[in-house]
Each structure stands twice: as C-alpha cells, then as structure tokens.
Write a protein that binds this ligand. Structure first.
Ligand SMILES: [Cu+2]
Length: 166
C-alpha cells in the first residue's frame, strides 16, 4: 500500500492552485477599477458646463439698473473646511439690491440655495453653477423674496451661509 500522501499531496496542490487562480481573478483582477470604465449602477453623469441642479444658468443681469450692488466674496482659503467661506456672513440686503458673488479663492465653488444636498429644494431658488477663480454670479434680491435664504457650495457642502433679504 502506498503512503497516503502520495495522492493527497498533488491533489491538495492542484486544489490550492485552482483556489488561488479563482481568488486572484475574482478579488484582484475583477475588483480593480479600469480607467474610463465605471460599472457602478449609481453612476450619474454631471453636466460639465452647468451645474448638478437643473436650474438654468441665469441670463446676464444688467448691473446698470441697480444702484445697490451687494458683493459677497467667496473668500480665499474657503476650500479648507473650517476656514471662513462666504463674507459677509450672513449678508443682509434690501430687496432692491443686486447680489453678486465673486469667487476669490483658487478652487472652484458655487453659491447654491438650500441647506445642503439633504434639502429637497436645493438649487431651486438660485444656483450660480461652478464659479472658477475670479468668476461671479449675480441675482436680483427681488427674485429671492424677503426672508432668510440659506445657501451652500455644491463642491464643498461644508461651506454654508445665509442671505437675508429685508
Ligand atoms: Cu466650495
């Protein structure tokens, strides 16, 4: 009678190789993302030119019609969480004013109405879309209506502020 290991050893070797091959293909090759290929069912393409909200980009506002222009700076360094983001904060404006956000930071930002992505109405009242450094966005305060209007940055949702129309 042969020793039991004479058959069992090569069998175990082959089983080990098969297990290794399957595990490698399943867990390493199969799970490694490929460039330009997204398999997630949650993938949703973001329109590049506009914003993630459906709000159409506002037409150019005729600034000469407004004697009262309130500027809100998106402050340099706002990209870092914890830094001052929008200034002044909150911004108080009268209803005849034109509100203009200017991005003073090197990172792209937005001024988008709502308290954040949890807010089902975010972006409905106003949405600047992505503002690169130096770009600005204006909206007449009369379009917002009186009251407190929270807004945030869709790129960095920790950037939140409020505009108060009186
Ligand atoms: Cu931002």
């Amino acid at each position: 009678m042969r020793k039991p290991g004479v058959i069992a050893f090569p069998v175990l070797l082959v089983l080990g190789a098969i297990t290794g091959f399957i595990a490698y293909n399943l867990l390493i090759v199969g799970a490694t993302p490929k460039v330009g290929e997204v398999q997630s069912p949650y993938r949703k393409d973001i329109p590049v030119a506009g914003s993630i909200t459906e709000k159409p980009v506002a037409a150019e506002v005729d600034k000469s019609k407004f004697s009262n222009v309130v500027k809100i700076d998106i402050l340099a360094g706002a990209v870092t969480q914890g830094n001052p983001d929008y200034g002044p904060e909150p911004a108080k404006v009268s209803s005849d004013a034109l509100i203009t956000w200017v991005n003073r930071d090197s990172a792209p930002h937005s001024a988008t109405s709502g308290t954040g992505f949890d807010d089902p109405d975010f972006g409905q009242l106003f949405d600047s879309g992505i503002l690169e450094m130096g770009q600005e966005y204006s909206i007449p305060a009369s379009e917002l209506g009186t009251g407190e209007h929270p807004y945030f940055c869709i790129v960095h949702p920790y950037m939140t502020s409020t505009i108060v129309v009186e």
